[in-house]
Design a protein around this ligand. Structure first.
Ligand code: UGA
Length: 443
C-alpha cells in the first residue's frame, strides 16, 4: 500500500484517485477550491461520468479516499504525489504550463521540511521535456537544499476516455512510466501491481511524447476516416462498408474509423495543436498534424453543404440540430462540432432549433442565444431540414415515420451515421449521410 496525494480534482485527478483507492492505496486529493473538496467528500463529481459518483462515495466511505485544501497536509501524509492539473491551449496552440508549474512549486514547498523520500509524478498531458525542465526545477527550487536527493520525478500519462473513464482506468491497455531512475520507476509501478496491463518503462520525455503520439494518431485516424468518407460520397461508395473491411486488417483495426463531422472534446484538438507546435518550435515539419487540424475545421461544414444541396438557400428555413455534446454519453461541449455548425446555419439566415438529451445547459453556456428544444419532437416539428451531430442512441431509434410526421420537408443529414440508412433510404425521407455515396432510388 502506498500513500498517495493528488493535486487537482478535475477529470484525471478524480479518476486516478478512485482507481488508486480501489487498488488499496490511501489517497488524498488536493484542491485549492473548498467547494470542490467538499464535493469529493460528498461523492459528487463536478462533471457527468458514468459510475464515478458511486465509486467516489464507496472509496470515501472505505476511508481510503479523502480530500483537502491543504497541500502540506496531503504531501506530509504521502510518499508519492501526482500532479493532475489542466494544461489548456494558449493562443499560439502551445500548452499553457502555468498551472502545472504552480502545482510543482506548491508541492515543492510542502516538501521543504521533508526527511523521507518522495516521488513527484506528472499525469497532466504536457509537452516533452516538461517534467525535466519545468516540474523538476520548480519543485526542487521551492523545496530547497534540504530536500535535494530525496525527491525524484516521473511522468505517467493517462489514456482515459470521457464516458468510459473508470472502465478504461481499471482495464488499461498499457501503463506508461517515464521515470528519471529505475528506483522511481519501481515506486510508480508498485501502485499498479494488481492490474494486468503491460508496463512500459521509458524516460519522462518519452512518456510525455507517447501521450501526444497516442492522441495525435487517433485524431489522424479519425481525420483520415472523414476525408475518405467524403471521397466515398463523391464516388458512390459507402464508408461504413469500407471501414468495416479495412478494419479487418489487424494492422489497421476497426476502432476509431467512424467518420463524422470532426472530432471535438478537451483532448484531441488541443493535443494535436500542442504537438504540432512542439514540432514547429524544433523546425520539424508537421504537415500531417496541420492537415488533420485543418480538415477538422472544414468537416462540420459538410453537413451544412449537404443540407444546402437538398433544400437550397437556408435563409428563413427552420433547421433542427440534433446533438450538441462532442460525443454521445457526455454533457461536455468543449470543442463540440455542434458550435461551428450552429454558427454556419445562423450565418446563412436559418432558424436553428437545437436538441440534446444531456448537453442543453452546457451548450447554452457556450451559445447563450441558441434556441433549445425540450424534446426531439419539438426540435423537428415544423423543420425544413435536420442535421444529426451527435450519435446519441436515442436518436438511432428515430425511424423515417417520425421525420415524415413532424417535419415540413423531411430532409435529414446524418452527420454521424446514427440512423438506419436502409430504412431511411427506402422511405420518402430525403436522406444524406456522411460517407454514403449514391442516392436513394426515389430521390
Ligand atoms: C481521448 C482519447 O481517446 C483518450 O485515450 C485520452 O485519454 C483522452 O482523449 C485524453 O487525452 O484525455 P476523449 O476525448 O474522451 O478521449 O474522446 P474520444 O472517445 O477519443 O473521442 C474524441 C473525438 O473523436 C469525439 O469527438 C468523437 O466523436 C470523435 N471520434 C472518435 C470520431 O469521430 N470517430 C471515431 O471513430 C472515434
Amino acid at each position: 500500500m502506498t500513500q498517495v496525494s493528488i493535486v487537482g480534482t478535475g477529470y484525471v485527478g478524480l479518476c486516478t484517485g478512485v482507481l488508486l483507492a480501489e487498488l488499496g492505496h490511501e489517497v488524498t486529493l488536493v484542491d485549492l477550491d473548498p467547494s470542490k473538496v467538499q464535493a469529493v467528500k460528498d461523492g459528487r463529481a463536478p462533471f457527468h461520468e458514468p459510475g464515478l459518483d458511486e465509486a467516489l462515495k464507496q472509496q470515501v466511505t472505505s476511508g481510503r479516499l479523502d480530500a483537502t485544501t491543504d497541500t502540506q497536509r496531503a504531501v506530509d501524509a504521502s510518499a508519492l504525489t501526482y500532479l493532475c492539473v489542466g494544461t489548456p491551449q494558449d493562443e499560439t496552440g502551445a500548452a499553457d504550463l502555468t498551472a502545472i508549474e504552480q502545482a510543482a512549486r506548491d508541492v515543492g514547498k510542502a516538501l521543504a521540511g521533508l526527511d523521507a523520500e518522495h516521488v513527484v509524478v506528472t499525469k497532466s498531458t504536457v509537452p516533452p521535456g516538461t517534467t525535466r525542465d519545468v516540474v523538476r526545477p520548480a519543485a526542487l527550487q521551492a523545496a530547497g537544499d534540504h530536500a535535494r536527493g530525496r525527491v525524484s520525478f516521473a511522468m505517467n500519462p493517462e489514456f482515459l476516455r470521457e464516458g468510459s473513464a473508470l472502465s478504461d482506468a481499471r482495464d488499461p491497455d498499457k501503463i506508461v512510466i517515464g521515470a528519471e531512475d529505475p528506483a522511481t520507476g519501481r515506486a510508480v509501478e508498485a501502485l499498479f501491481e494488481d492490474l494486468e496491463a503491460p508496463i512500459v518503462h521509458v524516460d519522462p520525455s518519452t512518456a510525455e511524447t507517447i501521450k501526444y503520439a497516442n492522441n495525435a494518431f487517433l485524431a489522424t485516424k479519425v481525420g483520415f476516416a472523414n476525408e475518405m468518407a467524403n471521397v466515398c460520397e463523391a464516388v458512390g461508395a459507402d464508408w461504413v462498408d469500407v471501414a468495416e473491411a479495412i478494419g479487418l486488417d489487424d494492422r489497421i483495426s476497426e476502432r476509431f474509423l467512424r467518420a463524422g463531422l470532426g472530432f471535438g472534446g478537451s483532448c484531441f484538438p488541443k493535443d494535436v495543436a500542442a504537438i504540432a507546435h512542439v514540432a514547429r518550435e524544433h523546425g520539424v515539419p508537421s504537415g500531417i498534424l496541420d492537415a488533420v487540424l485543418e480538415g477538422n475545421e472544414v468537416q462540420p461544414l459538410r453537413a451544412v453543404e449537404l443540407l444546402e444541396a437538398e433544400i437550397g438557400d437556408l435563409a428563413g428555413k427552420r433547421v433542427a440540430l440534433l446533438g450538441l455534446s462532442f460525443k454521445p454519453g457526455t454533457d461536455d461541449v468543449r470543442r463540440t462540432r455542434a458550435a461551428p455548425i450552429h454558427d454556419a446555419l445562423v450565418d446563412r439566415g436559418a432558424e436553428v432549433v437545437c436538441h440534446d438529451p444531456q448537453a442543453s445547459s452546457t451548450f447554452h453556456e457556450l451559445r447563450p442565444d441558441a434556441t433549445l428544444a425540450e424534446t426531439v419532437e419539438d426540435a423537428l416539428t415544423g423543420a425544413d431540414g435536420c442535421i444529426a451531430q451527435t450519435a446519441w442512441p436515442a436518436y438511432a431509434e428515430l425511424g423515417p415515420d417520425r421525420f415524415q410526421a413532424w417535419m415540413v420537408t423531411p430532409v435529414v443529414v446524418d452527420g454521424r451515421r446514427v440512423f438506419d440508412a436502409d430504412a431511411m433510404g427506402g422511405s420518402s425521407v430525403t436522406y444524406r449521410a456522411i460517407g454514403l455515396g449514391g442516392q436513394a432510388p426515389d430521390s
